[in-house]
Design a protein around this ligand. Structure first.
Ligand code: AMP
Ligand code: GLY
Length: 409
């Protein structure tokens, strides 16, 4: 089959890599892609927020499947536009993607479905925000209601800072602080049926020891040796299936990946957020371990045939990914510096591109998260060692990475 992937980040490079390994994928296309993706797929320039343009491209190349990576095109209705042309698409409709695009919609769905999550208030005025903060007390959690690329959330002990974030956003969700380790669970969905992938954990803060500002994610690993037995099934039962059923009942069948970000609290798993897409960088490690051919699996989701799909298989062992970020990320990143060492020659390790570009024949930094170094091994410690050995061979002026990704115990 011919597959078109939409997006340009490390997640899309991981998707393309997985698809390339599937013998049923004869042709792989990506728009816009990045220089790493261009080594394994035919890349195309298109405005990924323009559903008509994406659907035209899918028709031009005779795509049998379109996979939409990032949230922005999903929320803009790109999956709807592709499906309207009769092309199978892995990615929820604009309406269903509101599970990510609007925090208050997500809360409403969870409450209707009885899904465990932090108690919350949606606030517009400063007075409402102040009342909500005082109802829960510190630490305060204030979330921009709209899409904010992973940067709309402030968690702080400082009431003034919490109020200032609320004032800077049009609408906020103020919620109860959830205490406990976090994990990411991706559920593949075909509108009716949901199947879990292996859970992963990511590291959202910029600096070691979970210090510094929030980012899109600085690294991840899978599997989670500390996770209690039966956790995935518990989350499917308590969170994912009720949510998918609630959306279907509202006439919003969910096709694509439902990403549950959860805190494992003393009272059990609680949803921190839903995303309508694969998590980045968790996808890099989860897809690395998935042995089931990816193209066939995503096509089964896009065509409502997930229920009849064979059980998922994994390679065993572990994978760890560490993000190399550009100088000043998560602020405005410094662009244009060359990156070197992209073929690290470390056994079990490889590099995936995210924010890169080609300038004068050289690969340069072109975004906040520039590269992902994926290490694999028999366990998390071995995978981590491979990832950091490869990272030590990369060169980017001003580049920075966390040194404690997947440092367990
Ligand atoms: P989000 O953008 O919703 O993933 O939030 C970013 C990060 O803020 C999460 O990964 C958590 O670490 C933290 N966070 C969000 N909501 C809560 C909450 N209710 N309690 C504690 N931490 C939270
Ligand atoms: N890694 C977090 C996210 O993709 O939102």
């Amino acid at each position: 089959m011919r597959v078109l992937v939409i997006g340009s980040g490390g997640r899309e490079h991981a998707l393309c890599r997985g698809l390339k390994l599937d013998p049923s994928v004869a042709e792989l296309h990506c728009a816009p892609g990045n220089p790493g993706i261009a080594e394994i797929a035919t890349t195309h320039q298109v405005n990924v927020l323009d559903g008509t343009a994406v659907a035209d491209l899918a028709e031009d190349i005779g795509a049998d499947l379109v996979v939409v990576g990032p949230e922005a095109p999903l929320v803009a209705g790109v999956a709807d536009a592709v499906r309207e042309r009769g092309v199978p698409c892995f990615g929820p409709s604009a309406e269903a993607a509101r599970i990510e695009g609007s925090k208050s919609f997500a809360k409403e769905v969870m409450n209707a479905a009885g899904v465990p999550t932090a108690r919350s208030f949606t606030c517009v005025t400063p007075e409402e925000a102040a009342d909500a903060l005082d109802a829960f007390g510190p630490p305060y959690v204030v979330k921009d209601d709209g899409l904010a690329a992973g940067k709309g959330v402030v968690v702080t002990e400082d009431r003034e800072a919490a109020l200032a974030h609320a004032a800077a956003c049009e609408r906020v969700v103020v919620e109860e602080f959830l205490d406990g380790p976090e994990l990411s669970l991706f559920a593949l969905c075909d509108g009716q049926t949901a199947v879990a992938l292996q859970p992963a954990q990511d590291f959202k803060r910029a600096l070691d020891g979970d210090e510094g500002p929030n980012t899109g994610g600085m690294g991840a690993y899978t599997p989670l040796p500390w996770a209690p037995e039966g956790l995935t099934e518990q989350i499917m039962e308590e969170v994912v299936r009720p949510t998918v059923a609630e959306l279907a009942q509202r006439g919003l069948p969910y096709t694509g990946v439902l990403y549950a970000g959860l805190a494992l609290t003393g009272k059990g798993p609680r949803v921190i957020e839903f995303n309508a897409r694969f998590g980045d960088p968790e996808t890099q490690v989860v897809l690395d371990r998935l042995e089931t051919p990816l193209g066939g699996l995503l096509l089964a989701c896009a065509t409502g045939r997930l229920g009849g799909h064979e059980a998922l298989r994994y390679r065993g062992g572990a994978a760890v990914t560490v993000v190399l970020a550009a100088e000043n990320y998560p602020g405005e990143p410094v662009k244009g510096d060359p990156v070197e060492g992209l073929n690290p020659q470390v056994e079990g390790a490889y590099v995936l591109h995210a924010g890169t570009a080609v300038q004068n024949g050289k690969i340069v930094a072109n975004g906040g998260r520039v590269l992902n170094v994926v290490g694999t091994g028999a366990d998390v410690a071995a995978a981590r060692a491979a990832a950091y050995e490869a990272m030590a061979r990369l060169r980017l002026r001003g580049g920075h990475y966390r040194s404690d990704i997947a440092a367990l115990g």
